[in-house]
Design a protein around this ligand. Structure first.
Ligand code: AMP
Ligand code: MG
Length: 418
């Protein structure tokens, strides 16, 4: 019997892993970085918190007004008709009223100001008729309305941010709101990357016949910058086995994660898998996905290695789907599942069963507010313009065939990386 030699162009390759199996294998093999460091709040954006932070305060810390208006005691809300109340002072944000309210008394109050002792309710200024030192209020008010109570948001001792959460501006604000300005975070991963290919020239260099510009290093640089990691650009390495091997060894000595692009396939100038076999451990190499079938994954000592395909769209898709979660896990981030939405497809999509497809789409809302998605057009993995136009992946399952206009498809909106 003749054993069929599979090629990277086959829709179905019996030697390839499913996308889900591959992703699971990557996730299982990543051990978070141990190194921690102290940072101040101004340096902390984008880091992963290494320890839970508990609040040393109740927030809000005191009862305060949610409106500009008048602080009163609820017992002064009339059962029927109106009531005249004497205004005895002011409470402004940062300048509280010092005294205590008695029955029949009110204090002019601003948003955020302390609700004075004796008061428990705020009447909006629009609902109070002012007459000299008095206000007249109606009977349609509720006791304790328009006030914010201590601990409404959280109490002293509550965990406000957990270890493994990324410090977004909102979280920095939360930390500032309780006066916490220094904390432990996980150090940033170091990522080294290089392109492989005899045909590649860096921008600014002269193109000889058969040459193209190296776009992958600029893509990777941009994506890594957005991921806020420390990156080391090691340039372009020609398709010479010894040179690639040397550069890979050097990269794995200085980085937590190494990325190459190109040479991951089965062509005569494709050395990545062979080298990884020799100097490291191959986790997997072929995945039933499109684009991105020849994706090499493994380890060189403790360093994680991804050999991305050379075609720029394939490199981006595999970075997005595999390298991004790996870097997040490496930083100890608690991962949430990627957002997947259902959209009505407004164009016909070509798809052969056999591989999970990540087509490039443009999603939007139609006039009824329904999510729709259009293709970016021809889906060649060498055509970066489709990626540049897109705002989502149209994710088509392995066994799916062509998609007709009007069918519902799964879309994965791009996050800030692309
Ligand atoms: P390879 O994976 O090395 O077989 O490359 C597949 C295709 O991607 C070829 O057409 C290469 O010229 C192209 N390619 C490889 N690396 C890059 C790169 N860094 N920038 C742009 N195109 C590339
Ligand atoms: Mg190549």
């Amino acid at each position: 019997m003749i054993k069929k030699q599979s090629s990277c162009n086959d829709e179905f390759d019996p030697n390839s892993l499913s996308f889900e199996q591959a992703l699971e294998q990557v996730k299982q093999s990543i051990k978070p970085i141990k190194g921690k460091k102290n940072v101040t709040i101004r340096e902390a954006a984008g880091y992963i918190l290494a320890e839970d932070v508990t609040s040393p305060l109740d927030v809000p810390p005191f009862i305060n007004s949610a409106m500009d208006g008048y602080a009163i005691n609820a017992s002064d809300i009339p059962q029927t008709g109106d009531k005249k109340i004497n205004v005895i002072g002011k409470s402004f944000a940062g300048a509280p009223f010092e005294g205590k309210l008695k029955q029949g008394e009110a204090v002019r109050i601003m948003t955020g100001a302390v609700v004075p002792e004796g008061a428990d309710t705020v009447v909006m200024q629009e609902h109070a008729e002012v007459d000299g030192n008095h206000i007249k209020i109606g009977n349609a008010h509720k006791a304790k309305q328009n006030v914010r109570n201590p601990g409404d948001d959280f109490f002293t001792g509550d965990t406000i941010i957990k270890a493994g959460e990324r410090l977004s501006p909102a979280k920095l604000g939360l930390l500032a709101s309780v006066g916490v300005t220094e904390f432990k975070v996980i150090r940033k991963p170091v990522v080294a990357f290089f392109s492989t290919g005899d045909e590649l020239k860096g921008v600014g260099q002269r193109l000889e016949p058969g040459d193209i510009y190296d776009s992958n290093r600029y893509i990777l640089f941009g994506m890594l910058q957005k991921m806020d990691v420390e990156c080391i650009d090691m340039g372009v390495v020609p398709d010479i086995k010894e040179e690639i091997e040397l550069t890979l060894k050097e990269a794995s000595n200085i980085a937590d994660l190494v990325i190459t692009s190109g040479g991951a396939s089965v062509g005569e100038a494709d050395f990545i898998k062979i080298i990884l076999d020799e100097i490291g451990k191959v986790g997997f190499w072929k995945i039933a996905m499109k684009p991105g079938k020849p994706l090499a994954f493994g380890h060189i000592n403790d360093t994680i290695f991804f050999g991305l395909p050379g075609n720029p769209v394939s490199a981006m898709v595999t970075f997005y789907q595999f390298v991004q979660p790996s870097l997040r896990l490496l930083e100890g981030e608690t991962l949430s599942a990627p957002l997947k939405l259902q959209a009505k497809c407004i164009s016909k999509l070509k798809k052969h069963p056999g591989r999970k497809d990540f087509q490039r789409g443009i999603m939007s809302s139609d006039e009824n507010g329904q999510l729709i998605v259009d293709t970016t057009g021809v889906q060649g993995s060498h055509m970066l313009s489709s990626m540049a136009k897109a705002n989502c992946f149209i994710v088509l399952e392995r066994d799916s065939g062509d998609i007709e206009v009007g069918e519902t498809v799964e879309v994965q909106p791009f996050n800030e990386l692309i």
